[in-house]
Write a protein that binds this ligand. Sequence first.
Ligand SMILES: [Zn+2]
Length: 299
Amino acid sequence: MRAIISRFAPAPTGFLHLGHVVNAVYVWRETRARGGRVLLRIEDHDRQRSRAEYEAAILDDLAWLGFEADEGPVRQSERGAIYEEALERLRRLGLVYACGCSRAEIMAALKGRPTNEDPVGRPFRAAAADAELWYPGTCADRGLPEAPGLGLRARLEPTVERFVDLRHGLQEQRPSEQCGDVLVRDREGNWTYQFAATVDDLVQGVTLVVRGDDLLASTGRQIQLARLLGREEPPQFLHHPLIMKSADQKLSKSDGDTGVRELRARGWTAERVIELATSVVAGDHEEAGLDPSCGSDPY
Ligand SMILES: [Zn+2]
């Protein structure tokens, strides 16, 4: 049996809030229940948005809450050589190409297409802010030389990725139809979340990824990317429920900010913060209109 190694991986682009607390509860609970270890990884791959003071505050709040990692913190900003090496492997496989497309250009390229060409089989809906943008491969055969100001993409294979999520069960995803060729470095020169996290999970030997339901749809592409990078067995994934939108709005309205800093400043104890975070998590029954607090534990 593989040793269980999980990670808690906040991005220092803001302060710790209740959503992070929910994730921490799940990460530590699920990992400890399996006798595993938790690594702490600071995902500061976005150099423009990451700040040292956020990192310091996150570490301080985590310690105050009582979440103790077994290793780390490791910072993505210090791991450029590791990502370069992984990129080089993809280059040798002929999978990397330069891409100069902005988000607006990708959307414009998609608009020009008849909707029946939409690979996901639905009308073009990328206008919604949270809709996933499918990259139509505009630069795939342009042979652009790699240069500052251009991004880098990795070609995906038209595979179906099957995996068993520890909470949701069997999943089937078609990354090449969901997102198209995946961006590994953006036009500002930042490694992307998808690439950096996948490389780190591989290099750090992470075998259990515990994260929110909002990332479930991107799991297939990380599994495929990991395989292209030489990973034989992907990590196991567990996607947990997020804080209910309605609760989040209600909390912000009645209590002001839901940041851990603010709650601390108001004299809350760590136990009370953790209790609040876990009490406002959407259960499996939320969609059915049932009170989640009456729902059974999803496990
Ligand atoms: Zn492009």
